[in-house]
Design a protein around this ligand. Sequence first.
Ligand SMILES: [Fe+2]
Ligand SMILES: [Fe+2]
Length: 254
Amino acid sequence: MRSGRLHARATTFDRLLKPVHSWIWGNVERRVQKLLRFSEIEIDGGRDILRAAELTSDPVLRRLYLEHAIDEFRHGLMFRQRAGSVLRELPLRSNRMFQLDWPAPGGHGLDDLQIEKESDGSLLAFLHLSEKAAASRFTIYRDVMQHDPPTRAIFAEILNDERFHMNYTLTHLVRVAPERHRRHLWRARLSRLWKGYLRLATALASAIGTLILTIQYFTVLPPFAWFAKRAARRESPGWFPVSSERNGSLRRQY
Ligand SMILES: [Fe+2]
Ligand SMILES: [Fe+2]
C-alpha cells in the first residue's frame, strides 16, 4: 500500500470553498455530472502522462510515469463506474442537468499541457503542483461526501494515489534538477496562476456578455418591433400595381 510522505492538507482557499463544494455535491444530478467530468479529466491526464513516458530518456521516470498513467486511467474508470451507479439509482426525470465547473474545476488541471515542449524538470514541477492541487481538492470532496459513502470511499482511495504522485514528482524533480528545482516550481506556479486567471476572465466575460445581450434584447429590440408593426399596419392589404418606371422588361437582375 502506498503511503504519502508529504501529507497534503486542503489549502485555505479550498477549505473556504467547502460550503460551495458541499452544495455542489449535495445534489445528485450535479454529482453525476461532476463524476463524469472527473472521469474525462483523469483519463486525459493519464494519456498525457503516457506520452511523457514515451518521451523521457530517464528509465526510472519512464517506469514511474507508466505507473502514474495506469493510476489515472483507473481513477477515470472508478469515477465513470460510480457515475453510472448513481445514475441508475436516479428516478427518471426531465430536469436539465447543468454543469458548474467554475469555481470548482476537477482535480489535476493538466489541460493545455504540451508534453512535447516540456523538459523532465518542468514537467515534474507541473505534475507536482497539479497532484498537490488534486490532493487538496479531493480531501475536501471526501469530507463533504458524508451522505454518499461509496463516492466518499472512491475519493479516499484516489486521494492516497494522488499523494503518492505528489511525492514522487517532487522527489524526482529534486533528483533531475537539483539546482533548478525551485525555479521550475515557481515557473509552474506562475503558469497555473495565469491559466487560472484566463479561466476566471473567460467565465466573467461570458457572464458579462450574457447580461449585456439580455439587456439589449429587452431595451433595443422592442422599439424596432413597434416600428415594424406600425409599418405593417400602414401597408395596404393584397396585391397592388407596380409603378411604370419599375415595371421594365427583366433584362437585368436589379
Ligand atoms: Fe488521479
Ligand atoms: Fe494523480
